[in-house]
Design a protein. Structure first.
Ligand code: BTX
Length: 323
């Protein structure tokens, strides 16, 4: 409403300082009781408003809403995120991004949603994507690389997200090959890389990123509580999602440039610095069966090298890893 808009403008002009209830009611032209009601409404929408006797009201924080403008304001990239499709609700940002890529969307285009009704993981698994707590985003790339190199982009994305989380939340996550990002052993990020390609040429790569940012423990369904976490749970305070999106895009763009110029090696070195599974005994569940052995490292393509107990080397392209 108009009053609500005026009230928000007042708070924004006050820049975090107190405004007296009397002043608010004068400017809005309504009673003190009506002012109080508007304040209550704003609180319900997620605004944190402090009320102190004799001083009045002041705004402590705005709700953590994502909008295209929130992402744009302060975004330091040149290409990534310069075209934004923002939706309150989608089935899956991946699905929408595939469609856009098919229609010729430019490199760096992102699709972001507040809620996914059918968020996808790998191998047709589900990705829990409730409203207003996470980052559900897909990024369209058009890399001049052969299709078999696209797994490298998953690893690049993992490094970028870890760096962004470190920068914005001050937490240092671990990476578990190929696409899990963990804090204290629990998953807070999932990455899904899908490509549209001919045998020798990539048309587009869609990188889906799911980050659990502000979920509280009881907001996870029971079957995920033991294996999933959010940045807010680990840090003990909420994090601005739009700010984290900006940082992810910036780190992605920087690493992607480096990758196109110098190849995978610099990315691989960074990735290894965050990886927990390398050098350890692990179990890899692939579609063709389960192998136990030592993770010896990753190839220059990003493929996992696993040495089993007979000393046989296996190259693992896709699997679930447990330690
Ligand atoms: P994944 O196959 O590695 O992981 C999926 C598994 O992770 C599920 O089977 C479940 O056990 C667990 N899981 C599901 N939801 C969550 C969650 N929120 N937090 C932690 N664990 C969970 C990982 O697949 C790739 C996920 C990519 C998600 C993004 S979101 C934006 C884009 N759109 C879309 O539909 N998918 C991607």
């Amino acid at each position: 409403s108009d009053t609500r808009k005026k009230l928000l403008e007042l708070f924004s002009e006050a820049n975090g300082d107190f405004i007296s209830g009397q002043k608010i009611s004068d400017i809005l032209g309504c009673s003190r009781t009506a002012v109080w009601k508007h304040i209550e409404d704003l609180r319900k929408e997620g605004f944190d408003l402090e009320a102190v006797r004799r001083l009045g009201y002041r705004i402590v924080s705005t709700p953590d809403k994502i909008t295209a403008n929130e992402i744009r304001l302060g975004l330091k990239t040149e290409v990534f995120g310069q075209t934004i499709y923002f939706e309150e609700e989608v089935t899956s940002t991946q699905k929408m991004a595939h469609q856009l890529a098919h229609e010729g969307a430019k490199e760096g285009t992102i699709v972001v949603a507040e809620l996914q009704t059918a968020g996808r993981g790998r191998m047709d698994r589900k990705w829990f994507s409730p409203k207003g707590t996470g980052i559900w985003m897909s990024l369209i790339l058009r890399p001049p690389i052969p299709p078999q190199k696209t797994p490298q982009l998953t690893l690049l994305t993992a490094v970028a997200i870890v760096q962004a989380i470190q920068e914005v939340a001050g937490l240092v996550p671990d990476i578990k090959w190929p696409n899990d990002i963990l804090i204290n052993g629990k998953k807070c990020v999932g990455i899904l890389t899908e490509l549209q390609a001919d045998p020798d040429r990539v048309h587009s790569v869609t990188i889906g990123m799911g980050v659990n940012v502000n979920h509280e423990r009881d907001q996870f369904p029971e079957d995920l509580r033991g294996i999933a976490t959010s940045l807010a749970i680990e840090k003990g305070e909420k994090i601005k999602r739009a700010r984290l999106i900006q940082e992810v895009l910036l780190k992605m763009e920087t690493l992607y440039r480096q990758y196109l110029q110098h190849g995978f090696l610099p990315i691989k070195l960074l990735w290894e610095g965050y990886a927990i599974s390398i050098g350890k005994e692990i179990t890899a569940r692939t579609l063709n069966g389960t192998i136990r052995g030592f993770a010896r490292g990753i190839t220059d393509e990003g493929v996992l090298i696993l040495e089993d107990h007979d000393g046989t080397i296996h190259y693992i392209h896709s699997a679930d890893i447990s330690l």
